[in-house]
Design a protein around this ligand. Sequence first.
Ligand code: FAD
Length: 415
Amino acid sequence: MTHDIIVLGAGMVGVGCALHLQARGQSVALLDRRAPGLETSYGNAGIIQREAIAPYALPRDLGFLLSGATNQRVDVRYNASDAARMLGPLWSYYRHSAPGPYQRISREYETLIALSLDTHAPLMRDAGAEDLVAGQGYLMLYRSERELHEFFEVADERAQAGVHHLKLTGADVAREEPALVGEFAGAVRWTDPVAIRSPGDLVQAYARLFVQRRGAVHLGDALGLRQSGSGGWQVDTADGRTLSAPQVVVALGPWTLQLTSRFGYTAPMIPKRGYHMHYARLPGQTLNSTVIDAEYGYVVAPMKDGLRLTTGAELANADAPRTPTQIDAAEAIARQSFPLGERVDPEPWMGTRPCMPDMKPVFGPVPSVPGLWCAFGHGHQGFTLGPVTGELLAAMMTGATPRVDVRPFSPARFG
Ligand SMILES: Cc1cc2nc3c(=O)[nH]c(=O)nc-3n(C[C@H](O)[C@H](O)[C@H](O)COP(=O)(O)OP(=O)(O)OC[C@H]3O[C@@H](n4cnc5c(N)ncnc54)[C@H](O)[C@@H]3O)c2cc1C
């Protein structure tokens, strides 16, 4: 079966690319080893983060670095041998997190985040998925007055870039979220982001829209991609067909480099794993919006399947054995304040944020491999950025001018 373009990977990023390429008149086949939206794009905290105009930097203060060394923090853990192998990328991440580079990177990052709601909204409408919106905004919750006031300054800075918030006192928090127990200094309520009550369902709704618009979704192993004699690309589907196209987009999230390295392209990715668990709701005690417990770095989100607790980052290879300690530690803290009932899932879910040392996603043509494109490395905000990445990549691939300068996100900056 011959198409204009094959997109490999049906997470939020791959589906976003497939829809936008299709909107530009391309015949697109989408291939994944599983049904759409079952990996990283399924298990995240479900926030379309319009407020995240600055990416997630590596904290550079000595207190953080020393406390991290003991591997007991709730928000960040590491697998010692995997982290040792990541020392080069981590050093690069540290340097990019210095104030000067970080400001430049944030300005570039903001150009993408600013388009996130505008690119999700029409897809959500056309996919009939607006009922997946759990609510508008979320809370960054603080126990310490000092940290709250430092974060108020961050919020004020972002307000200058058009990101909206409300400052809440401890009493305001108690009024907005009466089921929370504890002494809280206050919170910032970001008012622009949109919380989704089942992120995987949103990806699947977008994939159904792609099919309704005459797109084809196939099961198959992307690692079977090969160059065909005629200069194009081929990959086999699980049901024995062969897909052919002159151009391919590799959007395999944390697994992207497994494939591109076979064609000579690699980049320094830092895999930040995260876990989630759902908890039953307690009778009469609701959580009205998603809450980030800022000092401990976990999230509790009201979702379709219960209250979903997602953890911070574990530096470990995507395929390394799971360690349940981080979710246990976060749960122990969360149970003191949040109305968490029994665990619902038989075991914690785990996924990997594909993070780059310069904190920016990677999309565009793979250098020196004609017809091979990639879209990956969206780190902490790939659920937010999938559709905007799709829009910009589709413009590049069809010879149109992208709405923003795409050079900062070029794959050519590595390798
Ligand atoms: C705990 C946690 C919380 C998060 N919270 C948020 C949030 O609130 N907001 C936000 O914006 N982002 C969040 N993120 C980040 C976000 O989930 C990711 O950046 C995003 O899902 C990445 O999307 P993707 O499409 O690149 O990757 P994926 O969703 O992982 O998609 C990659 C696809 O490739 C497929 N694949 C892999 N290998 C092969 C192969 N060999 N053959 C065929 N198919 C293959 C997989 O099956 C998968 O479907 C969070 C992440 C985590 C872990």
